[in-house]
Ligand binder design. Structure first.
Ligand code: SAM
Length: 236
């Protein structure tokens, strides 16, 4: 590869743009700030109460309860998602679980730096979707993002073409249904990134068993990132 090409590639790092970097620093700060303590405590309490009462909340109920909580990828996880998407030249990325749009910023930066394309996001909670859109406007990345509001099991049915990267980061019991639904669209060499595999090791055990099965058509590895771990699986 010539020096000229290297120089041109070095210039295309959207994550280093001041407005993108400044926004991500601010959002990561808010995600770990004192403003999240009360909403998170309330969320944990309600989920704990459900468990005691033997009740299973619907996805919509969980999303309503989590409407003020970021629950976003940390900076290391975000950069990992970015570099995986850069490595396989992703032009079409699907994200299950968008929240305030932090992970989407990393993915959209990768798509832009790969020469353009689309990140298809999904979010159940309308107020989160509205805030995510504001963040993307601020980052100057709205033009490469297609946010689909509503239940991802409906809205992501048709991704509009082959998928290069899939990020699973919504409610954990839906990783397998979303993965199964999108499997026919995952091209050879595509990457599936599943977040929170350490924190939710019990509920995600069936998903891990699935992608680690030698017959699955994937090669899969656990990658420690930030405070948690992500399962990275490549389609053979
Ligand atoms: C962990 S957060 C996502 C964080 C985001 N990926 C980030 O890093 O910024 C999970 C989000 O998934 C959304 N979600 C859960 N189930 C969903 C579903 N069935 N369809 C669409 N969104 C869903 C929740 O409302 C919540 O905002």
């Amino acid at each position: 590869m010539s020096t000229m090409t290297n120089a041109a590639m070095a210039a295309t790092n959207t994550l280093a743009e001041p407005r993108v970097k400044g926004l991500l620093d601010r959002l990561h700060g808010e995600a770990w700030g004192s403003g999240q303590i009360l909403p998170f405590a309330r969320f944990a309490l309600e989920m704990g109460l459900d468990r005691v009462l033997g009740r299973t909340p619907t996805s919509q109920e969980e999303s309503d309860r989590a409407r003020d909580i970021y629950m976003c990828l940390g900076p290391d996880q975000g950069r990992l998602a970015y570099l995986l998407a850069r490595s396989n030249g992703a032009r079409r990325i699907v994200e299950f679980g968008t929240s305030f749009g932090v992970s989407t910023i990393y993915l959209a930066a990768a798509v832009r730096d790969n020469g353009g394309g689309v990140v298809i996001g999904s979010e159940l909670e309308p107020s989160k979707a509205a805030r995510a859109r504001m963040h993307w406007e601020e980052a100057g990345l709205s033009d490469v993002i297609d946010l689909r509001e509503g239940d991802a099991l409906q809205t992501l049915r048709d991704p509009g073409g082959n998928i290069d990267v899939l990020l699973l980061d919504g409610w954990k019991e839906l990783y397998i249904p979303v993965f199964d639904m999108l499997l026919p669209h995952l091209r050879v060499g595509s990457v599936v990134v599943a977040d929170n595999t350490r924190m939710f090791r019990t509920s995600l055990a069936p998903y891990l068993e699935r992608v680690r099965d030698p017959q699955s058509g994937f090669v899969s590895a656990s990658v420690p990132a930030g405070y948690d771990a992500m399962e990275v699986s490549v389609r053979l």
